[in-house]
Ligand binder design. Structure first.
Ligand code: CA2
Length: 145
């Protein structure tokens, strides 16, 4: 059974509690439940991690090698700044999907730049919490190729 790491970055632990007009009212725990239910339906396994720290996120990415078949990554604001995360994704040679709740291209200019995109197989953004489910479907297709 394909196994996916779903890794969330800084501030995403606050989902559903602040800025609902931008990020919705769904909490990270709700998203994890949604993904766990969907995993059963499509026959994959999912492991979740969240960190507010760049180095810890890098450790999770390194640890995914040989354990998971793909990484679904909402790197939060590190998307727009982190060469280190980009290098970590490239180094593990696993397919990664860049995920965002919001449509980053409809927002501030600084969110249009992503270091992560260069090393990801695809990008899903703008569909809120449903983007996690979409990413799981997309990753399943990718790893079944
Ligand atoms: O749209 C996304 O998923 C983002 O990755 C979210 C990041 C943002 O920096 C990216 O540009 C796009 C921010 C996550 C902040 O999450 C919060 C959740 C609740 C309250 C405040 C922030």
């Amino acid at each position: 059974m394909p196994s996916f790491l779903i890794l969330n970055g800084p501030n995403l632990n606050l989902l559903g509690t602040r800025q609902p007009e931008v990020y919705g009212r769904t909490t990270l725990a709700d998203i994890e439940r949604m993904c766990t239910d969907h995993a059963v339906k499509i026959g994959v396994s999912v492991t979740f991690a969240q960190s507010n720290h760049e180095g810890v996120m890098i450790d999770h990415i390194h640890a995914a090698r040989g354990v998971h078949d793909g990484i679904i990554l909402n790197a939060g604001a590190y998307t727009h700044t982190s060469i280190a995360l980009m290098d970590a994704i490239a180094s593990v040679e696993l397919p990664a999907i860049e995920l965002h709740l919001s449509n980053v291209h409809a927002r501030e200019e600084f969110r249009h730049k992503s270091y992560i995109s260069k090393v990801c197989v695809g990008i899903i953004c703008g569909f809120g919490a449903y983007g996690y489910v979409l990413s799981m479907d997309a990753m399943k297709v990718r790893v079944s190729d």
